[in-house]
Design a binder for this molecule. Structure first.
Ligand code: G16
Length: 543
């Protein structure tokens, strides 16, 4: 290896979104783009000399190129040790766990999560710090500022990438490289958190279907569900990680899961549920006989059934949800007499609460749920929570949900996405809307009245830092809500998300007509003046 310093013109677009730096592959593959970002990360973290770095990823297109650049730079700049997964693969939750478990100083995760992959898809780099938590905004903002001024970086010529096909150690120019079996280590963690014997016995009688969507969880599912829980391979779909995820977005919502849908039809009553996870393994989906379980309901139901899950039993002192996530969780928390925290969208806001043990369960409407075993949402963990409840209760997904709603009422929830809007127009629309919010208070639609409206500002209860303007919400007392914000994970244009929630307190009584979540979205489109600002009349996607 021949160390050299390369001069560059600084990149001005390396500001992290909701979760890491996410751009198109075309943008990421420009000369120096990855290296510039990585140098900015190293500089902001002090330096990499003598440090231990964990490098994870979901195997998407461009991972090999990015990984080689990062390893080269880390060795050139004197890193003590680099941990990698076998074949370069490691899920986001496993990385979060292993950063802490192995004592790494930080981790870089090569993933754009649920975004599409392939040459025309997206790439991303997430930065997680030493507790395994996503870097907070103060750090990502400092990295962005550094990247805007960076004029050079340090790398070596004649670098030969070590093989990642087998677990083991090598030393390259003074840096130890260790390839680990993250699937086995992660499965060992799950064995400490859940009653795997009870789940295995249950799955023997009533197997589940799991779709890895050609993302990173394929090898984890083989280790955990097949080898440890004895689930026959025929129930595991799309296990092989592929650079383009087989051409579909690795986003576990029903629209992207035709294979799982077909298998559920085929197996019918013989399986207990269908499940899936996303590209990097942090999101999940649960699918019962009557359809998929809303992530908001799933979170509330897990909280209510915490006593049936070994790692949560007797431990729930607090729970948390992001502000657009439905208030189904709040009702359960009140019933359990524990606190429910409301945070902005983005897992990083839960990290401090988890670190200080204020909460032991948190989740988001965007198919994410996790506990305090890691500092990321964890798709397979969420699926195991469900399996443990099914194994202990003997009830089906749909029976559990029906019982839950009978006790707590049902929070109907829907998300409406308006994709690829002109960013300036979308921002102006929200700013203008925000200025008019007071005038909506008292507005009535049927028997719903707007009782409050405002921007969602978050003050961390521990460090008291303020994160303002995280979205807008209109409250109809306890009965309903409208929330809206711009997505922070897209790579082209702006995506407006309108979220609506309606609490049907008595599920025996019929839902009002027109269907409330749609009625509320139409109301929001009108109040935002969406057609005028953005030329749109209807959502591109409804979840
Ligand atoms: C990321 C964050 C999540 C967030 C989600 C949605 O998920 O980690 O906390 O809920 O984005 O973000 P947005 O609504 O801004 O698109 P992931 O799975 O993409 O890393």
């Amino acid at each position: 290896m021949r160390p050299t310093t390369l001069s560059i013109a600084a990149f001005q677009d390396q500001r992290a979104g909701t979760s890491g730096l996410r751009q198109s592959v075309a943008r990421f593959s420009q000369p120096h783009y990855v290296a510039a970002f990585v140098q900015a990360v190293f500089d902001v973290l002090g330096h990499v000399r003598g440090k231990t770095l964990l490098l994870a990823g979901d195997g998407r297109y461009f991972s090999d190129e990015a990984r080689a650049i990062i390893i080269n730079m880390a060795i050139t700049q004197g890193a003590a040790k680099i941990y990698l997964g076998k074949d370069g693969l490691m899920s986001t939750p496993a990385a979060s766990f292993l950063i802490r478990e192995l004592g790494a100083d930080f981790g870089l995760l090569l993933t754009a999560s649920h975004n599409p992959g392939g040459v025309k898809g997206d790439f991303g780099i997430k930065l997680n710090l030493k507790h395994g938590e996503p870097a907070p905004e103060a750090v990502t903002e400092a990295i962005y500022q550094r990247a805007c001024q960076l004029d050079s970086y340090h790398i070596s010529e004649a670098f030969i990438m070590p093989s990642l096909q087998e677990c083991g150690h090598t030393v390259l120019a003074g840096t130890e490289i260790e390839v680990i079996d993250s699937c086995a280590l992660y499965a060992d963690l799950c064995a400490r958190l859940f009653d795997l014997d009870a789940i295995a016995a249950f799955l023997k009688k009533k197997p589940m279907l799991f779709d890895a969507m050609h993302g990173v969880t394929g090898p984890y599912a083989l280790e955990l569900f097949h080898r440890r829980l004895g689930l026959p391979r025929e129930y595991l779909l799309n296990l092989e990680p592929l650079p383009d995820f087989g051409g579909r977005a690795p986003d576990p919502n029903p629209h992207n899961l035709p294979d799982l849908a077909a298998a559920l039809q085929q197996y019918g009553e013989r399986v207990c549920l269908g499940a899936a996870s996303d590209g990097d393994g942090d999101r999940y989906l649960i699918w019962g006989r009557d359809g998929f379980v809303s992530p908001c309901d799933s979170l509330a139901l897990i909280a209510a059934n915490a006593g049936r899950i070994p790692c949560l039993r007797g431990r729930l002192r607090g729970v948390a949800r992001s502000f657009p996530t439905s208030r189904a969780l709040d009702i359960v928390a009140a019933h359990l007499n524990i606190l429910c925290y409301e945070t902005p969208t983005g897992w990083k806001f839960f990290a401090n609460l988890l670190d200080h043990n204020l909460v032991q369960l948190c989740g988001e409407e965007s198919f994410g749920m996790g506990g305090n075993h890691v500092r990321e949402k964890d798709g397979l963990w969420a699926i195991l929570c469900w399996l443990n409840i099914l194994a202990v209760s003997g009830e089906s997904v749909d029976e559990l949900l029906a019982k839950h709603w009978a006790i707590f009422g049902r929070h109907h929830f829907a998300r409406f996405d308006y994709i690829d809007l002109e960013p300036e127009a979308a921002r102006t629309m929200l700013e203008d809307f925000s200025r008019k919010l007071d005038s909506f208070i008292g507005y009535r639609e049927g028997d719903l009245t707007i009782t409050n409206a405002g921007n969602f500002n978050y003050r961390d209860p521990l460090n008291h830092s303020l994160t303002p303007n995280q979205g807008i919400q209109l409250l109809f007392g306890e009965r309903a809500r409208i929330m809206c914000r711009l997505s922070g994970t897209g790579t082209t244009g702006a995506t407006l998300r309108i979220y609506t929630e309606f609490w049907q307190q008595d599920v025996e009584k019929p839902l009002p007509k027109p269907e409330p979540t749609t009625m509320l979205a139409i109301m929001a489109e009108g109040m935002l003046n969406l057609k005028h600002y953005c030329g749109r009349q209807q959502a591109d996607a409804i979840t």
